[in-house]
Design a protein around this ligand. Structure first.
Ligand code: 4H6
Length: 253
């Protein structure tokens, strides 16, 4: 029998007109396993079921004019009330390009909430009164526009799920990650030592753990400097500065 950790159970209630999209996380990999092991639970509410319109429509034109349609207040409001009746005291999250940008450092506070309702917007967005009166947190996954909030919700759930105790086996692999150190990852290699005439860097085969540590740190620092200089705004330690200078001397022209 699999061990079930009741303390860790995080419940996601998702308000979406496209619940089938979420198979990307419910049917594959570690998130699927987390659901099977009762570490996370994902449930759906379709606002279309709350449309009182005879065509089951849930969109309407914006007051003041302009292109496109908006999700109506009522089916969303009724979906939220239903979600809240299932998940008492849940935090209601709305994903939109107007939200605060979601980062790795925001995840732990969300894990502590244990009950989260996601509202997935479609069309050009939703009636502002829902946001003003019923939404607790408005997040964005980054500075780009999607056709709906579903992919954004899945990305948030995936990144939250893997930090829940029991979802990923090795704690070390999480602690060592890019964003906890504010440095990008160093390059990794696995067998064979040589393939298509391409070799693994000699130092990784040396067995000298101290040298390997400094090589990896040097690789991380240089990669970060080139691809994400914004992460290197902090003051470098003397050791980091030395490693970076040494790398630049060797490879920069
Ligand atoms: C809310 C409001 C999230 C949701 C408008 C959602 C990007 C993100 C959406 C919209 C999203 C993000 C609908 C506006 C389509 C543009 C769905 N896009 N849009 N960065 N899209 O987190 O038209």
């Amino acid at each position: 029998m699999k061990k079930i950790n009741d303390n860790a159970l995080i419940w996601f209630q998702i308000i979406t007109i496209f619940p089938e999209m979420f198979r990307a996380i419910t049917d594959y990999g570690i998130t699927k396993k987390a659901i099977c092991n009762n570490i996370i639970n994902i449930d759906f509410i379709n606002p279309r079921n709350f449309s009182k319109n005879k065509y089951k429509s849930i969109d309407d034109r914006p007051y003041g004019g302009g292109p496109g349609m908006l999700m109506c207040f009522e089916p969303l409001y009724l979906s939220i009330q239903y979600a809240k009746s299932i998940l008492k005291n849940a935090t209601i999250i709305y994903l939109s390009p107007q939200g605060t940008v979601f980062q790795q450092s925001n995840i732990s506070k969300l894990i502590d909430k244990k009950k989260i309702i996601f509202i997935c917007g479609r069309y050009e967005g939703i009636d502002q009164r829902i946001i003003d009166y019923y939404v607790n947190e408005e997040w964005s996954i980054g500075d780009y526009i999607l056709t709906g909030g579903e992919l954004a919700a899945m990305i948030m759930i995936d990144s939250i799920a893997r930090l829940i105790p029991g979802v990923i086996k090795k704690k070390a692999s999480i602690k060592e990650e890019t964003f906890s150190k504010n440095l990008l990852d160093y390059p990794n290699y696995t067998r064979p030592k040589r393939i298509n005439n391409i070799s693994v860097p000699e130092i990784l085969l040396s067995g000298n753990h101290k040298k390997i540590h400094f090589w990896r740190l040097q690789q991380s620092l240089y990669k970060t400097l080139i691809n994400r200089p914004d992460l290197l705004k902090r003051v470098l330690t003397k050791e980091e500065k030395t490693l970076l200078d040494e790398y630049k001397k060797k490879y920069d022209k």
